[in-house]
Every structure is written in C-alpha cells, then in structure tokens.
Ligand binder design. Sequence first.
Ligand SMILES: NC(=O)c1ccc[n+]([C@@H]2O[C@H](COP(=O)([O-])OP(=O)(O)OC[C@H]3O[C@@H](n4cnc5c(N)ncnc54)[C@H](O)[C@@H]3O)[C@@H](O)[C@H]2O)c1
Length: 314
Amino acid sequence: MPTPTNGKTALVTGGAGFIGSHVVDRLVALGYRVAVLDNLSTGRTQNLHPAAALHVADVNDPSIPEIFQQVKPNLVFHLAAQISVSASVREPIADGQTNVLGMLRVLEAVKACGVEKIIYSSTGGALYGEPQTHPCSEEHPIAPLSPYGLSKYLAELYILLYYRLHGLDYTILRYGNVYGPRQDPHGEAGVVAIFTQAMLEGRGVKIFGDGFQERDFVYVGDVAEANIQAIGKGTGGAYNIGTGHGSTVNQVFQLLQQCTGYQEAAEYTPPRPGDVYRISLSHRKAAAELGWQPQVSLEEGLRHTVEYFRNRRG
Ligand SMILES: NC(=O)c1ccc[n+]([C@@H]2O[C@H](COP(=O)([O-])OP(=O)(O)OC[C@H]3O[C@@H](n4cnc5c(N)ncnc54)[C@H](O)[C@@H]3O)[C@@H](O)[C@H]2O)c1
C-alpha cells in the first residue's frame, strides 16, 4: 500500500544537527525519502538515521544547486545555521555568511528545482528583543538584540520576498529554547545540555548573570512534531513554538541537580551581551492553525535528556 507521503522526498539542511536529526527521524518514520545537507560543523553522523542520504556540503558552497537537482526535493526543511548568540556578537560577518547568504543560496536552489514548500527554523527567543508582554505573541514588535536574532529574521524576510516574487510556499517556525537528546554539550548555546554534561562529569557549572533570567524551554520531540504539522498547514505563516511558560535558569539547574544527583553549587559569572533577560512564547496561533501543542513537560523532558547523556557516557 502506498504511504501517505506518496513517495515524496524531503531535504533537511542541518539534518545531522540536534533538532534537524529529530526532524529526519520523524520524516523517515512517516515514509518520506530523506536527504540531508550538512557541513558537519556542529552536526554528527552518529545523529543520522541510517535511511537518510547525507550530502556533506556548506550552504555557501557553489555545489548547492547541483545537490538540489540531484535530490529533487518536494519539501525543504532549512535548519542549517550558526546558532550561537554570543558567537554572532563576536563574529557577525561569519553569522551573516551562513544565516543570511547561505539561506539565500538555499532559496535560489529551492526556486530552481520547483520545491513545493520550505519550512524554516527561526528563533522566537532572539527575535522580539526584551518582550513587553509575557508570553510573547507573533504580533510583538521585532527588535533583536544580537546579530543572530537579526540574521534569522533577515532570512524570514527573504522567504517572504520569495513568496511574493516566485509564489514559494512556506511556513516559519520560531522556537523557544529547544533542549533534549543529541544537543551539543560543548557549544555555547544549549544550557540544558551544557549543565547536564558538566553535572554528569562532576565538573563546575557556570551560570551567566543572576540565574533568574527566564527562557521558554521546549522539548526537541515537540519541535520536530511542529515541523511535521507544518507540512500540510500554516501556509504563509510564522508561528511561535514554545510552551507559553518561562522557567528560570536557576530552576533548570535545580531540576537537573535532582535528576543527576549533583551536589555542588553553581558559579555565577557576568551576563553575556546579546542575551534576552525574560521571555516566553505564546503558542496560541500554532495551536489554532497548525494543531500543535507541546506534549512534554519540563520535568519529563529533562529526565529524558539526562538519561540520554548518561547512556552516551556509558
Ligand atoms: N536549539 C535551539 O534552542 C534553537 C532555538 C531557535 C532556533 N533554532 C534554530 O534551529 C536550527 C537548528 O539548530 P540546532 O539547535 O539543532 O543546532 P545544531 O548546531 O545542532 O544544528 C545546525 C546544523 O547545521 C549544520 N550547519 C551549520 N552551519 C552550516 C553551513 N554553513 N552549511 C551546512 N550546514 C551547516 C551543523 O553542522 C548542524 O548539523 C537552527 O537554524 C537554529 O537557528 C534553534
């Protein structure tokens, strides 16, 4: 019997990374043929489902159009990006190179090979600046505090332009702080993975600022599901993908202490430039139009994450 996907092909840029690899898993499970385009800068082949065909390339590589012609994707999920806020403050040109110019190359390739739809992974956490309302809706003014927030938004504007100019169908997903299995614990982004790994290794844990900064922590499985829901819904829309609740970094530290048995106190260091202090994202629009709601509580998600990092160490 034919699968509901009708033999369609999905290309996932950044598919060897943390969130991308979970999107790949869901697509494979649904019966899509899946190709991944990734330069493996932070992604790992170990993350990849064996059924996914990996093309190792940078989004800025001139070979991108050829790869798209070869894969002939019906759907493109664009996740490849420079993801660190603090790295973007230090190196805004490198950030723009991947997140804006690389995105443009992808859009040009998408246009050239008749892709049906692009689903873009944007940020909710770094787009609205210091929000005036909690939780923050998609109508909130855009006021990024970092080159990362701006480059992710510029990519959104390019997609919108390609829709106006070329009729390209799209959905934009603006994530909160995504956490869960496979997140890189050695990067500069991803407080849950960084804390978990440090706690399991018995190392010191550093908290930037007073720890009362609030983030909307959303589990990676829920985020992958939002991508799946966006395949058939949400045409021409931008959607916050968050829980609607903020949790402080201190709360996350304490919950992780309970899961790992870590006894030490955290070391508090000065806040990092570019970081927002308090944010949570309303998902009312995603619930109404994508039929998406987060399913995994913070406590449950943190337990899964600690279990994953424990097994990986073992
Ligand atoms: N993790 C979060 O909390 C979060 C929040 C909001 C938005 N996002 C967005 O979600 C997407 C995925 O983020 P993630 O957390 O999985 O990060 P990640 O670093 O694990 O994934 C990014 C992937 O892109 C690849 N990549 C990076 N630069 C590339 C380039 N120039 N060419 C080709 N491949 C490249 C990396 O190797 C990696 O596999 C990004 O677009 C990010 O901006 C993430």
